[in-house]
Design a binder for this molecule. Sequence first.
Ligand code: AMP
Length: 406
Amino acid sequence: MRVIVVNSGSSSIKYETFDLKSLTAASKGLLERIGTEDSRLRHQWLTPAGRWEEIVETRPVVGHREGFSFILEVSGRSRSGSEPPEIFGVGHRVVHGGEKFSEPVIIDNAVLRAIEELIPLAPLHNPANLMGINVMRDLLPRVPQVAVFDTAFHQTMPPRAYHYALPYDFYRTYGVRRYGFHGSSHRYVAREAARHLGVPQDKLNLITLHLGNGASATAIKQGKSIDTSMGLTPLEGLIMGTRCGDLDPAVHFYLARKTGRAVEEVEGILNKESGLRGICGSNDMREIQERAQKGDARAELAVEMFCYRVKKYIGSYYAALGTIDAVVFTGGIGENSALVRTRTCKGLSGLGITVDESRNSAAAGGIREIQTGESRIRILVIPTDEEREIAQQTVEIIERVKGRAR
Ligand code: AMP
């Protein structure tokens, strides 16, 4: 039996199937450029011999429904005539669950309506997520479909962390508060850290740093998120590939007034033309590091600013938590950039955080510890796997609900 995880975006569909028992990946793929003449599907699957094989195909795909048919057709071909596996459940990544969802839920019409009502908070993401849900419900009407929300893990934040100091009525009337995102990633690495350290999750205090094209930091007290750097939207907090992160709100109206740009234009600039790209022209940390090494001053500034912002969050979350067991690096940059890890932790020995340079730069996969022998706090590098976390939560909620029905 298999569990399918679907991440349906505005112009792409990412999916992965897992073996129900072992929760190991059996197949996965990405369909990009939906709505164009040359939508490209890359479908990969694990053969019985344990090798990954792939099919890459390009064709016109008008919308999500055609996109899912394309995926089903190609994945059927990859099985070369053998019976399709039975599906236990489908887990859908849904970006915004607002205050309504603090846990995954089995999708029914009321849940669909609630996700729809949350569209104003995530106008780009929730509609695309809904498209995926609706198509999969039509394709597999008897299979339980589960929504796993990016925001859910952070619903444990206390009011002092999630409120903005704005007129209170904006919260009551419009839901203006901090929600936080990347929940599945932070939850997954927290789970993995607990397993690795052999300590129950509810006994662990962690600062988890998801550093990728999107980036966020989370303070986790006894297994629960008590603060996170993203806010009402994923724009707040750390410097990201193309998002500015924390900013004086006055910059928005100053820019609008000075340049005559409309609010939407400023919003676009802060989301798509800022962050690393805004500072040095590229949002690819690998390329930026190479340029910095060759003496490019803007690239150097981008790396410095990126790491300094993360360091400030470590300091403030340390204060929020009081005591911590480990700092966890994850995401494309967090997992792969020894330079970013070194610079971020530089000067934190007073807090008990000291990187061992040879451990840090050793090429190794899987979970590893990179602190020195003297470091009071462990520094972990943990590869994230949001799809697997969604699969696990999907299985857990379906089993819980089935158990209740028995
Ligand atoms: P993600 O969004 O998690 O896939 O992360 C993407 C980011 O990770 C991009 O900025 C990549 O340049 C960066 N990245 C991936 N591999 C490396 C590496 N070996 N060194 C530095 N940055 C990397």
